[in-house]
Design a protein around this ligand. Structure first.
Ligand code: 3H9
Length: 687
């Protein structure tokens, strides 16, 4: 097999190039080739300096994650050795960075004596997002070069910084304009005679400058970074080791902490999720030659919270949007909210005022439905009622240009029925955005029975362009995410009658790692969603809350009472309502264990996920996990409901459901797939 690493001579400079598409990951052949390249430079007296550069889109984007957990990860030379060999090269080595220098890639760059980068390059250590820490000297070299506080930020957040910022803090030594290779060779020639070549591992000044309280201050200022996750804390410990121990000891401690993380369940879940997210973009059964339709202009119907948020995604990506409303007042309110949201982001430094002006300039607000005629994609985001949606799609059918994609943002309704209101069901698709639509990363792409392949391919490509993570779902009530909420909500509400409190149930969910529990979520979203005041029936606790004006946070009263700062407290009134219903149903309250809450609210979700799979409503189990992590805040360190079920043991889920089944009655039925997996000892997600 030919090596991905090649060398070439440019005068007295040896250029070591890596060609390992798509991201120049540092798999075994790359590591081996890098060492050979350095040996070639060391052994040749005509060579005075070295440049390491990546071909294609990027410098090294990190270790090869697909090697983790396989013997290849341990094949010699391993990355910690490679970086030491680079740093100990007898000739100065320049890293020539474009694209991304991430993780092991930045560690390679840190081992080089000089770093040159083009302005568009990004540098970072995203290992924490994989449940890890930089394990090839990164936690020891980065604070020495970039400073302790910056190293803490970078390692615990995993977010990269731009080359200009890296230059300002000394992580990049030279900014390059024009041809990277040519300038890097010139730079290497310039520094060829400087001895000793500067070694990151020997720098001490930034370590000595650091305030002794930097670690405590950082933890106090960033409590959310550490909540639930193992890796941020260990990243911090490794950086702390750099400030307290000589380099070699620090590296040994880094290794120890790295191995601890690598053998834990969180790293497994987070690495699984990295690939799950990328797999979600792939649509089964569609020829890879199918090309997306061109989307130059988008139409949005409805300027409410959803319509406005959806529009912002396209404006932010530079795509013009025509937004249609039925009254000037609603239109003005909607565009006003969009502007306010952009201005709030500008205040946080995410946009300049000029960019905000440009994005709002791409918006065409109008009351004229016919103005949608020249749009390539039209997204309906109006009231969730089938008759209204059908009417809109019927009208769209008459005015939309041929080939335009007609999308509904429905969260529950039947996309095939909506499509049947047109003469072109092949152009109709569901695009289910999550609220707030300008923030939430998830997009469920609902594939109707007749949706054309190129419409789906367009939706997936567009999702990437507007920085969403898209998952394909089939047509069923609630698609993937909301469908799985139904058993959770049903059982949570029944548990109230049986003796649990909203606070107890929510606490179990928050302790599990969810951002909020079912009742906190109901209060936030609005207890009154789907409740009709005019139908004056009080059949359940929710109806009773609504008719008592307890609609959730917006009324300062829902399942909880809220003070003026929106802080919740248990509500005696709600307790009264629960007890009334309990008495009516002739139920005697009993002690509910946290275990039972998990069985009835989380295990039932897994069971519903299995039904979704067996009905073919999701392409793969990992897609369900992507929906729940990005749409509902399932803790990524547990991988998503299906990966979590695998980690718990599918048999344990089945046993728990069997134990809880007498309380669940007719609301519950087993997924055959779940039972089969348990019987065969199989997993849903394979890892
Ligand atoms: C590390 O370095 C540990 C060390 O500290 C210590 C070791 C001792 N490996 O995301 P994309 C694949 S940990 C293997 O769609 P983009 C990816 O699966 C590593 N494969 O592209 C996909 O495959 P497919 C630290 C990788 O342009 C394809 O490449 N580094 C890796 O949107 C394209 O990926 C990271 O965590 C990898 N490292 O974004 C960086 N990276 O086509 C992880 C990507 O079959 N990577 N693939 O689906 C990224 O953040 C993004 O991929 C990147 C490009 C920003 C680079």
């Amino acid at each position: 097999m030919t090596s991905p690493i090649s060398t070439s001579r440019h005068g007295h400079v040896l250029v070591i190039s890596s060609n390992n598409p798509p991201v120049n990951a540092l798999g075994h052949p790359v590591r081996e080739g890098l060492v050979k390249g350095i040996e070639e430079a060391d052994g040749d007296e005509n060579i005075k300096a070295v440049v390491i550069i990546g071909e294609g889109a990027t410098f090294f984007a990190g270790a090869d994650i697909s090697e983790f957990g396989t013997p290849k990860a341990f094949a010699q030379p391993m990355l910690p050795q490679v970086v030491d060999i680079i740093e100990n090269c007898t000739k100065p080595v320049v890293a020539a960075i474009h694209g991304t220098a991430l993780g092991g890639g930045l560690e390679v760059a840190l081992a080089c004596h000089y770093r040159a980068a083009v302005a568009s390059a990004k540098l970072g250590v995203p290992e924490v997002k994989l449940g890890l820490l930089p394990g090839a000297g990164g936690t020891q070299r980065l604070p020495r070069v970039a400073g302790v506080e910056k190293a803490l930020q970078m390692t615990t957040s995993g977010n990269p910084i731009g080359a200009q910022e890296a230059f300002e803090i000394g992580l990049v030594d030279r900014m390059i304009e024009g041809d990277l290779l040519q300038h890097a060779v010139a730079y290497a020639t310039e520094v060829a005679d400087i001895r000793p070549a500067p070694k990151s591992s020997e720098r001490q000044n930034k370590i000595e400058e650091a305030s002794p309280s930097v670690f405590d201050d950082f933890v106090a200022a960033n409590p959310r970074v550490f909540k639930g996750f193992d890796a941020p804390r260990k990243n911090l410990e490794a950086v702390r080791a750099a400030t307290q121990h000589p380099y070699a000891e620090g590296v040994a401690m880094e290794r120890q902490l790295f191995m601890e993380l690598m053998s834990g369940t969180q790293a497994k879940a987070q690495q699984y999720f990295f690939f799950a997210e990328r797999k979600a973009a792939k649509i089964e059964g569609i020829d890879e030659n199918v090309r997306p339709r061109e989307i130059r202009k988008v139409g949005v119907i409805g300027a409410g919270t959803m319509g406005g948020g959806i529009s912002m995604n396209f404006l932010s990506a530079g795509i013009p949007v025509t937004i249609v409303e039925t009254s000037q007042e609603a239109l003005d309110r909607g565009t006003g909210v969009m502007l306010k949201n952009y201005q709030a982001s500008a205040k946080k430094g995410r946009f300049t005022d000029e960019q905000v002006g440009h994005m709002m300039g791409l918006l065409n607000p109008t009351l004229d439905f016919d103005a949608l005629a020249d749009c390539d994609l039209i997204i309906e985001a109006v009231f969730e009622q089938m008759e209204i949606k059908k009417d809109i799609f019927g009208r769209l059918d008459k005015i939309a240009k041929p080939g335009a994609i007609l999308a509904s943002n429905t969260s529950y309704l039947n996309v095939d029925e909506i499509a049947a209101a047109t003469s072109r069901p092949q152009d109709v698709v569901g695009l289910h955005f999550f609220s707030p639509a300008n923030v939430m990363k998830l997009l469920e792409v609902v594939r109707g029975a007749k949706t054309a392949d190129d419409v789906l391919v367009t939706a997936m490509a567009l999702a990437k362009k507007i920085k969403k993570v898209a998952v394909v779902a089939g047509v069923c009530y609630g698609f993937i995410g909301n469908r799985m909420l139904i058993p959770r909500q049903t059982e949570a509400t029944k548990l109230l009658l049986e003796g649990a409190t909203p606070a107890q149930i929510d606490k179990v969910h928050v302790d599990f790692g969810m951002p909020m529990g079912p009742f906190q979520m109901a209060d936030l979203a609005g207890v009154d969603i789907g409740w009709h005041r005019d139908v004056n029936r009080i059949e359940n606790i929710r109806d009773a809350l609504c008719s008592a004006d307890r609609w959730g946070q917006k009324k300062a009263a829902g399942f909880y009472d809220y003070d003026e700062k929106r802080r919740p407290s248990p509500s005696p009134k709600v307790q009264e309502i629960i007890e009334e219903f309990r008495a009516k149903a002739g139920v005697t309250a009993r002690e509910i264990s946290d275990e039972e809450i998990i069985q009835r609210t989380l295990y039932t979700m897994v069971n519903e996920g299995a039904k979704i799979l067996e009905e073919g409503m999701a392409q793969r189990a990992s897609d369900i996990d992507v929906v729940w992590v990005y749409g509902y805040g399932w803790p990524v360190y547990r991988g998503g409901p299906m990966h979590w079920a695998d980690a718990e043991g599918v048999q344990k889920i089945v046993d728990g459901l069997k134990a809880a089944a007498p309380h669940m009655g007719e609301d519950f039925s087993f997924s055959q797939l779940l039972l089969d997996k348990a019987a065969k000892g199989e997993k849903f997600t394979g890892r």
